[in-house]
Every structure is written in C-alpha cells, then in structure tokens.
Write a protein that binds this ligand. Structure first.
Ligand code: SF4
Length: 328
C-alpha cells in the first residue's frame, strides 16, 4: 500500500479486498474464522501479498469522488488458510488456536440446516418415526403369536376351549397385569377379564388414572381350565413360552401378578399370595413384579380391596405416575 494515496480511497479498497476474500472463503465452504486466544498463536494465513495486489489493481477514485469499480476477482486462491476447522470446539490449552468461530452471514443457511438436522425437533421426529415403526413391528409379531396360540395343542386345555384368550390393551403405560387363566366369559369372548372380576379390574385401572388400553392384560395360560380349576403345573409350563414372548414384545416396566397362580406361573414358587403380596419381586432379573390379590378374591373378600389399592399405588409410584386421591 502506498502512503501517497488518499486515506478514504485506501480504506475503500481494503474493505473491498476483505469482502472479496470473505466471499471467496464462503464459496470454499468455510463457515468461520477462529478468534485468537489471549496469548496469540496461530494466525489464519491470509495471503497479504494477494491483498496488496488486489488493492493495487483497484482504480483510485479522485478525491471527493464516491464511485469505484467492482472488485476484480482475486488471484488464484492460495491453499485454504491453515486454520483449525471452525468447529466451535475449544482448543487445547496452550495451543493458542481457535476458540469461538465467527460465522459468515452467507453461511447461515448451511449452519441452520445442519443445526436443524441435529435439533431436538429433528431428533424427536426421527425417534417418533422409529417408535412408530417399532410399534408396528411389535403389533405384527403379537398378531402372529396370537394366531399360534389359537392353533396351539401343546396341552390338554385346548380340548375344551371355545376361544383361546391372548391379551388385551397395548401397555403404553408400561404396566402389565398377569392373571391366572380364562374363565367361562373369557372363553366365550376370547378376551381376558371380561366377567365380574374383569369389571372390578377395570375399575381399579380407572382408579389408577389409566385407560383400559393403556395397560396390557394377559394370563398364565391361554385356554380355559375345565370347571374353572387352577391350571396344573404342566399346563403352565407348556404355555409359558407364549407368555415369555408376549413380555419380550411388550417389554413392560412393571407387572402386577394377580393371585397366587399368576405368581407361581411367573416365579415357579408355591408361596401363598397372602404371604407375598405387596412385596416387589424381579422377573428374569429386569421386570419389577408386584404380587397382589386376584380381583375375584377381592369380590369375595371386600376387605382385601384396601391391600390391593395400596399395592397398585406402589405400582404407580414405580412408574412415576401421580397417585389419585381416592381408591377405586
Ligand atoms: S393353554 Fe397354552 S399351551 Fe395349553 S393349549 Fe392353550 S395355548 Fe397351548
């Protein structure tokens, strides 16, 4: 730069040169320059000779004149300045290199697009799409499993069934109720817990602040034992594979085992329900199980209602839900 040129003209040329350089960097995809650390350090390798040439090539306007020609193209670009990529990451202590990037206005759309791709809304959308796909896959596999159950002849209970009884609800609350086996009403309709005990269970679920379809309800055995007798150990063992697959697919956070037979079917134990109700157990080392009385028992023994409600409140606490003020 020459000292004989008017200061105003020189400043105009410098600004033009800097602007051209910045635009060129934008074309190259640079999104920012690092600031220098307090202790100095690596300076972006600006080609000062090129800037000088660029300045020298710009026609000098007369003093007082406002006009100037458009900036000429910069000479062939030097290698991209040897600066750290403007990732925004903090440099290692002592290197004196990049800390906070300066973002070019022209690069904003690129930055915004990248930011949108990483934004919670973008991630949330992706997660919900994945969840929808997973949900569809689970429903599809459950439907296949239900057809297998309907065709099952693995134990003697298939001989007397009208319908196998697979499950009801989707378990979106993370809560799964496991009962003993279908009764006459369930056998007739092919749906679990639709008789008087089922209606009480529905009231309990409503009392928990949940909709019927927010819980998953299934049984230890899928076919009705004759005369409403308890399923026998070999029948429970034969049917266990279906229950295990259901639980694998539904993946509940917590299960409520309704009655002694449900507890026995899950844990292969002979402990009485009165002794073990209200005490958490762990199914397969990962799913919390709350044993409680069967609704049919509660119908016969109304005093047991309070115990069941206390157990259900524990379940709500476990899944982090609000405890309704009144028992069902
Ligand atoms: S109770 Fe279970 S194992 Fe027995 S026939 Fe029905 S589905 Fe099969």
């Amino acid at each position: 730069m020459t000292a004989t040129r008017p200061l105003r003209s020189e400043l105009c040329d410098l600004v033009a040169a800097v602007r051209a350089y910045v635009e060129w960097q934008g074309v190259l995809g640079t999104t920012g320059f690092p600031r220098l650390g307090r202790g100095g350090g690596a300076v972006p390798a600006v080609d000062s000779a090129a800037v000088e040439r660029r300045v020298a090539s710009v026609p000098v306007s007369e003093p007082g004149g406002e006009s100037r020609s458009d900036p000429a193209p910069l000479p062939p670009s030097p290698p991209r300045p040897a600066v750290a990529e403007p990732t925004g990451s903090r440099a290692e202590p002592g290197t004196g290199t990049a800390t906070t990037p300066v973002v070019f206005p022209g690069a904003a759309p690129v930055v915004a697009a990248a930011s949108e791709a990483r934004s919670p809304s973008g991630a949330g959308r992706e997660q919900s799409e994945t969840a929808a796909r997973d949900g569809e896959a689970v429903r599809s596999r459950l439907a296949v499993l239900q057809r297998e159950v309907a065709a099952c002849t693995a134990c003697r209970l298939h001989l007397g069934r009208h319908h196998s009884v697979f499950a009801r609800g989707m378990g979106t609350s993370g809560i799964c109720f496991v009962g003993e086996g279908p009764g006459a009403e369930e056998d007739a309709q092919g749906v679990p817990f639709v008789g008087a005990a089922g209606q009480l269970l529905d009231r309990m679920i409503a009392g928990m602040g949940l909709r019927r379809d927010e819980v998953y309800i299934c049984n230890i055995v899928k076919c009705r034992p004759p005369e409403n007798r308890r399923p026998q150990p070999d029948e429970m063992a034969a049917c266990r594979q279906f229950l295990e697959q259901q639980l694998e697919l539904i993946d509940p956070e917590v299960m409520v085992a309704l009655g002694a037979t449900a507890v026995q079917g899950l844990f292969d134990t002979t402990e009485g329900i009165t002794r073990i109700r209200g005490r958490w157990r762990l199914y397969r080392g990962r799913i919390a199980v709350m044993p409680t009385f069967h609704p049919a028992y509660v119908l016969r023994t109304p005093a047991a209602r309070r115990d069941v409600w206390n157990d259900l409140k524990e379940v709500l606490r476990h899944v982090g839900r609000e405890i309704p003020g009144r028992s069902p």
